[in-house]
Design a protein around this ligand. Structure first.
Ligand code: AMP
Length: 212
C-alpha cells in the first residue's frame, strides 16, 4: 500500500487531485478537515474554533490518524495532514509501522489565485466533490447543484477572506519546518497548480506517483 501526502495551502486543489486519483487509480482519501467538519456538527466548540481558521490540537489529529490508518485497504491520499512538524514526524512513524510507503507532494499556488478559489468554492455535502462558482471550468452543470448527487452545494463557513488569511498564516508558519523535514528525509516533490487548466499539474502528479 502507498500514500501521497499533499502539503498545500487552503484551496490549492488537493480535493481535485484526490478526485482524479480516485477515479483513475482507485485511491482513497483521508481528509482531516472533512472528518473534523463532521464532528463539528455535534461539537459547538470545535465548530467555533474551525470557523476562525485556527489549528486543532496535534493530539486530536494524531488520534484520528491512528484510527483511520488502521482501516485503509487501498492506496490513499492524505489531504490536510500533517500541518505541524510534530504531526509529520509521528505520521512518518505510523506509516513506517504499517509498512506504507509514502511520497510528499507540495502544491504551489500564489496567494491571489488561492483567494479567488476560496471565495468561489462550493462542495457537495453528500460526496464532497468540490466545485468553483467563480471559474467556468469548475462550475456545476446546473446552478448550485452537484452533477452527481443532484443535491444543493454548500459553502464552507471558513471560506471567507478573514479566515482564509488566518489559515494561510497558520499554513505558512508551520509549513516551512514541515517542508524542511521532508526535504531532510529526501521525500519532497513540487507541482505547480496556478493555472485554471490543471492538465499539466495532473501529469506531473502522475509522474511523481509512478517514479520509483
Ligand atoms: P481543511 O479542510 O484541510 O482546510 O481543514 C479545515 C480546518 O480543519 C483547518 O482550518 C483546521 O481548523 C482543521 N484541521 C484540518 N486538518 C488539520 C490538521 N492536520 N491539524 C490541525 N488542524 C486541522
Amino acid at each position: 500500500m502507498k500514500a501521497i501526502i499533499f502539503l498545500a495551502p487552503p484551496s490549492a486543489g488537493k480535493g481535485t487531485f484526490a478526485e482524479y486519483l480516485k477515479i483513475k487509480y482507485n485511491f482513497e482519501s483521508i481528509s482531516t478537515g472533512n472528518i473534523l467538519r463532521e464532528r463539528a456538527l455535534k461539537d459547538e466548540n470545535l465548530a467555533n474554533l474551525m470557523k476562525t481558521g485556527a489549528l486543532i490540537s496535534d493530539e486530536i489529529i494524531l488520534n484520528i490518524m491512528k484510527d483511520k490508518l488502521a482501516t485503509m485497504k487501498n492506496d490513499f491520499i492524505l489531504d490536510g495532514v500533517p500541518r505541524t512538524l510534530n504531526q509529520a514526524k509521528i505520521l512518518t512513524n505510523m506509516l513506517n509501522e504499517l509498512n506504507i510507503k509514502f511520497k510528499v507532494v507540495y502544491v504551489n499556488v500564489d496567494k491571489d489565485v488561492l483567494l479567488n478559489r476560496v471565495l468561489g468554492r462550493a462542495t457537495c455535502p453528500k460526496c464532497n466533490r468540490t466545485y468553483n462558482l467563480n471559474i467556468d471550468a469548475f462550475k456545476p452543470l446546473e446552478d448550485n447543484i452537484c452533477d452527481d448527487c443532484k443535491v444543493s452545494l454548500v459553502r464552507r463557513e471558513d471560506d471567507n477572506e478573514i479566515s482564509f488569511l488566518k489559515r494561510l498564516d497558520e499554513y505558512n508558519k508551520n509549513g516551512e519546518e514541515v517542508i524542511k523535514y521532508y526535504k531532510s528525509i529526501n521525500n519532497f516533490n513540487i507541482i505547480d497548480n496556478n493555472s485554471i487548466d490543471n492538465t499539466i499539474a495532473k501529469k506531473n502528479l502522475e509522474e511523481i506517483l509512478n517514479a520509483d
